[in-house]
Design a binder for this molecule. Structure first.
Ligand SMILES: [Zn+2]
Length: 318
């Protein structure tokens, strides 16, 4: 979006922000099904203290998303999702979040990733989801909005992109690409996206409706600081997570290498039991299972007395 460089044309119409809220079975605990899957004798783990984490995660669609903050601006999609559009905000996190969620701004995005530790708000690498995938967010021009998921990254004044920001965004892109069968093709020049099979592209290189113009008011979002080649490497090296990606056996002691969602069952669509802070220790009790292109391990986490499934990509030997 770049906050100051986007026109949204026909996407300016107002929409109810609550018409696609998911109100289904997120509140149903399926602890028993996990225990059956593990074959482990049932402990009597308390769920007290995890309710807040669970509520906060109930609307997010990827493990990489830390928080759901609802945006006011979004539209019904006119096309399927084939693209992921990369943006930088040209403003600090808190102001960008306010703008992206405000009904008065005429902009929004599906995600906002925190880039700097030294600006107000959560730490670098924190991910907010603002719009559900099944809605078009208002981050580019019409044709791109309706074909893509838009990811904003905090950035301003040539302060660069932090590794924490790149890594969180790479995990997010892997999830989105898996979920919507988006090819991991990276585009770094003007592209008539209607004629391609999809991929990851910077905002400045997406067209208007008939590909007659790629002009974005002279702006260069997400460049020049965004390094798409480096980002591509991180996205394709899915086991990048600070030492994760190892193979484990029952009884192994493991530790989370990032803030990591623990799920009821080994798939991305299964409910989040709780988010394990980076450095949380657990014991491998079950697995591996394959789902959504991810290898999952069933863990017992003594700190919370919980049994959860976690992605191997962010687990290391303790
Ligand atoms: Zn942009």
């Amino acid at each position: 979006m770049c906050l100051d460089c986007t026109t949204h044309g026909s996407d300016r119409e107002q929409h109810s922000s609550t018409d696609d809220r998911e109100t289904t079975s997120h509140s149903n605990w399926k602890r028993r099904s996990f225990l059956q899957a593990t074959g482990v004798a049932a402990g009597t783990g308390t769920i007290l203290g995890t309710q807040v984490d669970r509520a906060a995660a109930s609307h997010t669609e990827c493990d990489a998303a830390d928080r759901w903050v609802e945006a006011a601006n979004h539209s019904a999609r006119d096309f399927g999702i084939d693209w992921i559009v990369i943006h930088v905000t040209a403003g600090a996190y808190q102001g960008a979040l306010n703008t992206l969620t405000s009904s008065n701004s005429d902009v929004s995005s599906h995600y906002l990733v925190k880039n700097y530790d030294w600006t107000d708000g959560p730490s670098a690498g924190h991910v907010d989801q603002l719009v559900h995938h099944n809605r078009a967010a208002w981050h580019a021009r019409y044709i791109a909005n309706h074909r893509s998921i838009g990811i904003e990254h905090e950035w301003f004044d040539d302060n660069g992109i932090s590794e924490a920001c790149y890594e969180s965004s790479a995990e997010l892109v892997r999830c989105i690409a898996d979920m919507h069968d988006i090819p991991l093709e990276f585009y770094t020049s003007n592209t008539c996206i209607q004629n391609e099979s999809g991929g990851i592209i910077g905002h400045t290189h997406v067209p208007d409706g008939d590909c007659s113009s790629f002009h974005h008011g002279g702006r260069t979002c997400p460049y020049p600081d965004w390094d798409m080649d480096h980002f591509e490497t991180l996205v394709k090296n899915g086991d990048n997570g600070g030492g994760g990606g190892d193979q484990f056996q029952d009884g192994d002691q493991v530790v989370t290498t990032t803030d990591l969602n623990g799920r009821e069952q080994p798939c991305l669509n299964d409910d989040v039991v709780l988010t394990l802070p980076e450095g949380t220790q657990g014991e491998v009790m079950n697995g591996p299972e394959e789902c959504d292109g991810i290898t999952w391990w069933g863990l017992h986490v003594p700190t919370y007395n919980e049994w959860v499934w976690c992605s191997e990509n962010y687990l290391a030997h303790a």
